[in-house]
Every structure is written in structure tokens, then in C-alpha cells.
Write a protein that binds this ligand. Structure first.
Ligand code: HEM
Ligand SMILES: [Cu+2]
Length: 560
């Protein structure tokens, strides 16, 4: 076959050596590492912003700043960078690029050059976003960018916001096309759709969601700049526009976006749970269909983010119904995760500690979603700490812990070395306890009426619940901070001085990235094409036929 897909790799085999080779690489594994580095750097920046806010909120009155603009800048940098710079690049960049092509036994991504462009666009977007810390009119309108505020001068540089979102959106769309084609066309011989690891299914589905919805987001934020700088008035009622149009467009993407994060991180959990419990994924086929079901159901729930915006009753009612409907596929995935561990011979490895932590956070977070879905209840808690606590449990912390679980899980393949097991577990426990102390009390502060996004709570100075929740939350930050810092030290130590892997498959996975021992550094992955024999399945831990390697016609060896 000539054309783009399946072409011979034009990169050199072997790890890149010079800076030029690293930067201009077309190897999906190296590009995956670039995504990972970007994601971890973003996690650090956004984590520092969060820590600053938490210190400020430690007690009533100014603690470390009394400047609301600075607080808003931290808040904006925290939310936007965590989502757009950390979680999405870690899952749809690192996992999608580094792991998926090997997991399907492919030579590379379908379009290696487009792949390189995607990661370059991501880095451009991150650098542009960081400019916000130095430009005089820095943008402070949160990740949501709601008009009319985002159309005023007080918000700062709206064009920067629009540009960052559009650039990152382009990176996502190129990445999504590439990944969808990779999964569809680059799978090795013998691997049918229902033999793909769940991580692959989840990342694939997340990318389909991205393809459908990202363009809507890109358009909606572009219209902001057209409105503000060229006076178009899409969102301006004075000239016939509609300010709520933005909220509708924004959440039409941004609700599905939570599944773009949720699905891949649940995919990581499936992988680690199955391998650690040495069990087939419970009800594999139904699980795959539940994953796919997220595409249609996620498209019709966005109004639950705007229940209080004054939309018509029939719409709110309908969206309460559709929001609750999502609990079906989501509940099936949770059942399946639980069933995967049931009666398994669970081995609590380092990555499993992180994965279990993520799982418990996810349970708490999902349960706190149900009351939010009921519009009558949501009226009382919208825009309060209840919502903030909900999405930190369900997405931020569980997603973060799942991503870190994945990094620890694939670490031996990434570096050829192991992380210290005891420290991996200790940091997982510390992070889990710390984050629960940060986010648990705030849920109750929310029920007492503490609103989101406030830099102080003078008005609640004599509300003991709120004051002590804020206080404990800040104590939780110290534990979390130390654990996160230690985790990064554990990675660095592991990469530089960790014990060398003697076993190519330390966790005993059946998936190709661990079992295909012939993975070579550099573009191409496998010296000879992989073939999955009849009956092969990534979660068949008993009597599993091993994948084979087809002698390549005309191949004379040479990669050793
Ligand atoms: C059991 C299923 C879930 C239900 C019923 C649910 C329901 C809701 C509702 C109704 C809101 C809006 C409340 C308001 O603003 O007044 C909300 C907010 C949010 N949810 Fe969920 N949710 C669920 C699961 C998830 C999952 C799995 C994620 C992410 C992986 C997620 C992420 C978020 C985020 C980020 C927000 C806040 C967005 C913002 O205002 O900045 N939720 N949820
Ligand atoms: Cu939503």
C-alpha cells in the first residue's frame, strides 16, 4: 500500500541523540514523552497556583495577597492549565501517543508528521498561555470565559484566551484524526475490535468526542474576540445577540470534555486493575458498548451547567433526565471495574495503590454528581463549593491519580528502570489522604453556602463550619504538596538511578506493550510485524496464546 498509512518509517532507528533529533522526531514514543513532559510541567505550574489560592484561603482576611486581580490570575491559570495543559495532554497526548500504537501492535501513528505538528501546537499553546504571567493586561476570566465579563477591559487580553484555546483545539483535532486512523487501520494482524485493550477503546472514543465537539468550542471563543475587538455582537443583546448563546456553546463542548478526560483515565484503571487482579475485565463487551454510549449521551446534557441561567423549564426538565441517563453507562463502567477485582488474586503493586486511590475518589465524586443533576436541588448549590468539591473528586483528583498510576505502570517501559516501590505507595497514600482533607471539608462548606471563586469569606467569619473547613483544607494542602513533590522526586530518582528492569514485563500484563519483547527504540516499534493468534485477548491471563512475530520478507535482522 502506498500513501500515508503504513508507510516505511523515515526516521532513524534508535533513541534520538542530539537535541535536533529529539525536537524533529517523528517517532510516536518520543512525541509521547514530549507530551508527558509538557503535562507534568503544566501540573507543576497549575499546582503552584492552586497552592497559592489555598494559602490565601487558609483564614479569614488577606493571608498572602489582598489583590483580587492576582487571585483571579491564579484561579484562571490553575483551572485552564490543569485541564488544557495537564489532563488532556497527559491522556490524549502521552497515553494516546506513547501507549496506544504499541498496544495495537502498530508501527507508529497513522500520520507521523501530523503527530509531530500536534505536539508542536500543544507546546506553542502552553508557551502562549504562560505569556499570561508576564503581559501587562493578563487575562483573568477563568477557563470558562463567560461574556459579558470577557468582553470588557477588566478581563484583560481576551485575544490571548481565544488564541490559546484555538491553538490547543487544533492540536486536539489533528491528534484525534490521527489516533482514530491509527486504531482503525494500524492494528496488527489478528487483533479485532473486540480484542483491543480497554485503554485503547477509551482513548479512541475520547478522540471521537473531541472530533465532534472541539470545533464548537473553537468557534465559540473565536466569536468572543470578534465581539470584543471588531464589535460583531454575537453575544451582545444590545445589537440582537444573546449572551446565553455562549454558555450553551461552551458547555456543548465542555460537558463532553469531561468524558474526554474521564474515559481515558478509566481506561488506565481498567488496565491496572485487570493486570493486578489477574482477571479478565468484567463483562468486556458490555463495557466496550458502555464506553461507546458516552458519545451520544454526552451530547445532550450541557444545560445542567446552566440550570440557574434562566433557560426554559422544559429544557431544564429534559436535561435533568438526560443527565441522569449518563449514570447508566457510567455505572456500568464502575460495576465493571469492581467486577474486574472481584475474586481476583489482587497484587497491590505501586501503580495499583495509585489506581485504587483514583477509584475511591471517583466513587465519591460520582455520587456527588447525582444531586447536582436534579435541577431543583442544583438551584441551591450551583456555583458553591459543593460543585467545586464534586468535580475535584470526580475528575481532577481521581483523574490526576489515574494519570500518575499510568505513569508508574508504564515507567519501566519508558525508562528501562523501576521506581522505588515503597515510595510509590507512600506518595499514593499521602496524596490520597491529603486530597481528601483538602476537598472533603469543602463539600460541607459548600452546603453552608460558601460560593466558588471567592478570595475571602469575611461574610462567613462566624460560620464555624466554613472557617474550620477552610482551615483543614489548607492543612490538607501541605500533605498533598509534600506527596506530589516526593512523587516527582521518585520519578527522577527512578529514571536516573532506579533499579534496572531485569524483567521486561514486571507487572505480568498480557498487553502488547509489555509482551512484545521485540520493541525497538526509534521509529517502527517492531522489527517484524506482530500477529495475534486466534483467541488472543489482552486480559486472558490463563493459557493465553502468545503473540508472534512474522518474519519480515527481506528483513536481515540488524536491530538487536
Ligand atoms: C454521575 C455522573 C455525574 C453527574 C450526574 C454530574 C452532574 C453535574 C452537574 C449537574 C454539574 C453542574 C452543577 C452546577 O454548576 O450547578 C456538574 C459540574 C461539573 N462536573 Fe459533573 N456530574 C457527573 C460526573 C462527572 C464526571 C465523570 C466529571 C469529569 C470527569 C464531571 C466533571 C464536572 C465538572 C468539571 C463540573 C464543573 C464545571 C464548572 O462549572 O467549572 N462530572 N456535574
Ligand atoms: Cu456536565
Amino acid at each position: 500500500m502506498s500513501g500515508f498509512m503504513g508507510h516505511e518509517p523515515d526516521g532513524k532507528p534508535g533513541q534520538p541523540k542530539t537535541v535536533k533529533e529529539w525536537v524533529f522526531t517523528l517517532d510516536h514514543k518520543v512525541i509521547g514523552v514530549w507530551y508527558l513532559i509538557g503535562a507534568i510541567a503544566s501540573f507543576v505550574v497549575a499546582g503552584l497556583a492552586a497552592s497559592a489560592m489555598r494559602l490565601e484561603l487558609g483564614s479569614v482576611g488577606p493571608d498572602i495577597t489582598d489583590n483580587g486581580d492576582i487571585y483571579n490570575l491564579w484561579l484562571t491559570m490553575h483551572g485552564a492549565v490543569m485541564i488544557l495543559g495537564f489532563q488532556i495532554p497527559a491522556l490524549l497526548g502521552f497515553v494516546a501517543n506513547w501507549a496506544v500504537p504499541i498496544m495495537v501492535g502498530g508501527k507508529d501513528m497513522a500520520f507521523p508528521r501530523v503527530n509531530a505538528m500536534s505536539v508542536w501546537l500543544l507546546w506553542s499553546g502552553i508557551l502562549l498561555a504562560l505569556m499570561n504571567l508576564v503581559i501587562p493586561d493578563s487575562y483573568n476570566g477563568m477557563w470558562t470565559g463567560y461574556p459579558p465579563y470577557s468582553l470588557t477591559d477588566a478581563v484583560g487580553n481576551t485575544a490571548l484566551y481565544s488564541s490559546v484555546v484555538v491553538i490547543l483545539g487544533m492540536s486536539s483535532v489533528f491528534g484525534a484524526v490521527n489516533l482514530a486512523c491509527t486504531v482503525a487501520f494500524m492494528r496488527c494482524k489478528g487483533m479485532g475490535w473486540f480484542q483491543m485493550p480497554l485503554t485503547v477503546w477509551c482513548v479512541f472514543t475520547a478522540n471521537v468526542i473531541q472530533l465532534i465537539f472541539v470545533p464548537v468550542l473553537a468557534a465559540s471563543v473565536l466569536l468572543l474576540s470578534l465581539d470584543k475587538y471588531l464589535g460583531f455582537g454575537f453575544y451582545n443583546p444590545e445589537v440582537g445577540g444573546d449572551v446565553l448563546l455562549y454558555q450553551n456553546l461552551f458547555w456543548f463542548y465542555s460537558h463532553p470534555a469531561v468524558y474526554v478526560i474521564l474515559l481515558p483515565f478509566m481506561g488506565i484503571l481498567f488496565e491496572i486493575f485487570a493486570v493486578s487482579a489477574r482477571n479478565d475485565v468484567f463483562n468486556y463487551k458490555a463495557t466496550v458498548w458502555s464506553v461507546i454510549a458516552f458519545i451520544p449521551v454526552s451530547s445532550d446534557v450541557w444545560v445542567h451547567h446552566a440550570y440557574v441561567a434562566g433557560l426554559p423549564d422544559w429544557l431544564r426538565l429534559l436535561q435533568t433526565f438526560t443527565t441522569l441517563l449518563i449514570s447508566l453507562p457510567f455505572g456500568l463502567l464502575m460495576l465493571s471495574l469492581t467486577g474486574t477485582m472481584y475474586r481476583g488474586a489482587i497484587r497491590y503493586t505501586g501503580p495499583m495503590y495509585w489506581a485504587v486511590g483514583a477509584f475511591f475518589m471517583l466513587i465519591i465524586g460520582a455520587l456527588t454528581g447525582i444531586p447536582n443533576a436534579l435541577s431543583a436541588i442544583d438551584y441551591g448549590i450551583s456555583d458553591s463549593y459543593v460543585i467545586m468539591s464534586h468535580f475535584h473528586y470526580v475528575m481532577a483528583v481521581s483523574g490526576g491519580m489515574a494519570i500518575f498510576a499510568g505513569v508508574f505502570f508504564w515507567f519501566p517501559k519508558l525508562t528501562g528502570r523501576m521506581c522505588n516501590t515503597f515510595m510509590t505507595k507512600l506518595t499514593a497514600v499521602g496524596f490520597f489522604i491529603g486530597m481528601n482533607i483538602v476537598m472533603g471539608p469543602l463539600y460541607f462548606a459548600g452546603m453552608e453556602g460558601m460560593p466558588r471563586r471567592y478570595m475571602d469569606y469575611q461574610m462567613f467569619a462566624d460560620n464555624a463550619t466554613i472557617v474550620s473547613a477552610q482551615h483543614w483544607s489548607t492543612i490538607g494542602l501541605y500533605i498533598t504538596f509534600v506527596s506530589a513533590l516526593l512523587m516527582i522526586v521518585v520519578w527522577l530518582h527512578g529514571a536516573i538511578a532506579g533499579e534496572k528492569c531485569t524483567n521486561a514485563n514486571p507487572w505480568g500484563s498480557e498487553s502488547l506493550e509489555f509482551t512484545a519483547t521485540a520493541i525497538i527504540p526509534g521509529q517502527g516499534n517492531f522489527p517484524t510485524p506482530v500477529i495475534c493468534p486466534e483467541g488472543w485477548h489482552p486480559y486472558n491471563f490463563i493459557d493465553n496464546p502468545k503473540p508472534e512475530f512474522e518474519p519480515h520478507p527481506g528483513h536481515t535482522g540488524g536491530h538487536h
